[in-house]
Design a protein around this ligand. Structure first.
Ligand code: IPE
Ligand code: IPE
Ligand code: MG
Ligand code: MG
Length: 295
């Protein structure tokens, strides 16, 4: 499909996801107001909605129903948003801005940001348990979705990735550690997104294997490119030559080699889709688009 067609598709899905996120969250008028405002402030602050889009695309690739995939897509975005709120806290990356706006703890306060993150993480699993059976997803399938998200978000996935990322900031790291961090802090949630789309839609074990491999390589490529873009943004802000002490491919290998590794991961992601045939065309197009993104 053409680049324009992909953009139109992404925009349409984004709108659908925005509506569903709104419906699945408690209203801003809850009591006490601050926590409800903080939750909505962070969920609706201009995120690209990539992970929920991946859920929908994967579901589509194996012939699933969008109505059933949507609540799972939102659950993944809730986990993602929680991870960013906590990632930005003073005790973690200590960032003041996220998506060009004050981070949650800056706009509100630290305790509220901790609770907003906790709320979103918990809400994600409640949404899956509550919504999937109501939309005709068989209970065992819903359970498999919950298992997949729990694994990716948990101590074998995102959490251990974040922990290793923090540990890495204290000293030099190896190539293996760098890959370990990326595969867990970012790639596991990408992998879970496409796998969840597949599970809900009754993908075969072979199809799930293809989706898992695609998601992992895509997540790796995404984080490498994200860090390269951050580098540009930082040196534009602080003058040339800013080199963070963060565990990034760009800092470890240099810009050119990091770009090459991102392209290699993108190629592997796309190659993984082979057995899914033409139904996976959009997943392939999205991978190439993310590899070439500039923001
Ligand atoms: C940011 O992810 C965190 C990383 C894993 C690099 P996104 O760039 O997908 O975040 P938003 O939601 O679109 O801002
Ligand atoms: C974010 O990683 C990954 C998670 C929140 C799990 P980073 O700390 O590298 O991402 P940014 O730069 O804050 O978006
Ligand atoms: Mg971080
Ligand atoms: Mg960060």
């Amino acid at each position: 499909v053409s680049a324009l067609e992909l953009e139109a598709y992404l925009e349409e899905k984004r709108q659908r996801i925005e509506e569903e996120l709104d419906q699945l969250l408690p209203p801003a008028s809850g009591y006490p107001p601050r926590i409800f405002q903080a939750i909505r402030y962070s969920v609706f602050s201009g995120g690209k909605r990539l992970r929920p889009i991946l859920v929908l695309m994967a579901s589509e690739a194996v012939g699933g129903k969008e109505e059933q995939a949507l609540p799972a897509a939102c659950a993944v975005e809730f986990v993602h948003t929680y991870s960013l709120i906590h990632d930005d806290l003073p005790c973690m990356d200590d960032d003041d801005l996220r998506r060009g706006r004050p981070t949650c703890h800056r706009a509100f306060d630290e305790a509220t940001a901790v609770l907003a993150g906790d709320a979103l993480l918990t809400h994600a699993f409640w949404v899956l348990a509550h919504e999937l059976p109501r939309r005709g997803v068989p209970p065992l399938t819903a359970l498999a979705v919950i298992e997949e998200l729990g694994r990716a978000a948990g101590v074998e996935g995102l959490i251990v990735g974040q922990a290793a990322d923090l540990a890495a900031q204290k000293g030099k790291i190896s190539e293996e550690e760098l890959l370990f961090i990326h595969l867990r802090k970012t790639a596991q949630l990408f992998r879970a997104s496409v796998c969840i789309g597949g599970i809900i839609s009754g993908a075969s074990p072979d199809e799930l294997g293809a989706l898992a491999s695609y998601g992992e390589h895509l997540g790796l490529a995404f984080q490498i490119v994200d860090d390269i873009l951050d580098l540009g943004a930082d040196s534009a802000k602080a003058g040339a030559g800013t080199e963070g002490s963060k565990a990034t491919y760009a800092a470890f290998y240099g810009l050119e080699e990091a770009r090459r590794k991102a392209d290699e991961a993108t190629e592997k992601a796309v190659a993984s889709l082979g057995s899914l045939g033409s139904a996976a065309g959009r997943l392939r197009d999205l991978a190439f688009r993310l590899a070439g993104r500039r923001s």
